[in-house]
Design a protein around this ligand. Structure first.
Ligand SMILES: C[S@@+](CC[C@H](N)C(=O)[O-])C[C@H]1O[C@@H](n2cnc3c(N)ncnc32)[C@H](O)[C@@H]1O
Length: 207
């Protein structure tokens, strides 16, 4: 009961704060400003990406958690973009094959329970000419100590942060799901604890 209260009433506010860390906001700007037209954003969260969609007409805001989406509503109303909330999971997207030009994921692939299934779905709905734009925290590959710690702490992190895995190799998962990279780099995000500060910034397409 206490855990349920935490999940419904405390975690969404913590998420809203942490996800506005200045170094993350800088990455959102860089990722999203070049995007125009129609976008599907998975794991829309509390809507902090909205100000960075400068040339977007329609945004499908896929967010399965109503307690989190509740905190996005004010931002949605203040936005000039047509935002359509889609209450669904990335593992089962209510969109036709090859129908979406841009898909955005910012710090969402860590939280999806069945990542391979979700990536198969993203691949299915993305147009052949389309792009998947993402920034995600990932597992260390070169630093064995941090990698081990990430494995050790992921069960606790999943409980505290709504299913978030510290130890995902997102680039590998994308390649296994038949994406290829148009752009890809790693960086260390300022203001985030070292255990989760290694980030992948990437734009991918269907291989
Ligand atoms: C760490 S938050 C990131 C929120 C937002 N993308 C941002 O950049 O601030 C992860 C988000 O993924 C959502 N999520 C979790 N499982 C999901 C799933 N299976 N499909 C789509 N979104 C999911 C959560 O509800 C949450 O909003």
């Amino acid at each position: 009961m206490i855990y349920k209260f935490y999940q419904q009433h405390i975690f969404p506010h913590l998420l809203n704060q942490v996800m506005q860390t200045p170094s993350l906001m800088d990455q959102r700007r860089e990722l999203l400003l070049p995007i125009s037209g129609q976008v599907l954003e998975i794991g829309f969260g509390t809507g902090v990406n909205l100000p960075f969609y400068q040339n977007v007409d329609t945004l499908y805001a896929l967010e399965p958690n109503p307690d989190i989406y509740q905190l996005a509503i004010r931002r949605v109303h203040e936005s000039a973009i047509h935002v359509q909330h889609v209450q669904a999971s990335a593992e089962k997207l209510p969109f036709a094959d090859n129908s979406i030009e841009h898909i955005v994921s910012t710090w969402t692939l860590c939280s999806i329970e069945n990542l391979p299934q979700a990536l198969t779905e993203l691949h299915r709905v993305l147009k052949p000419s389309g792009t998947l734009h993402l920034v995600e925290h990932v597992q260390y590959q070169d630093n064995k100590t941090l990698k081990h710690l990430q494995n050790l702490l992921t069960p606790i992190q999943k409980r505290l942060a709504d299913g978030c895995h510290l130890n995902r190799n997102i680039a590998q998962a994308l390649l296994e799901a038949n994406f290829s990279f148009k752009e890809q780099h790693y960086f260390d995000a300022a203001g985030i604890p070292k255990i989760g500060s290694l980030m992948l910034f990437a734009r991918a397409e269907k291989a």
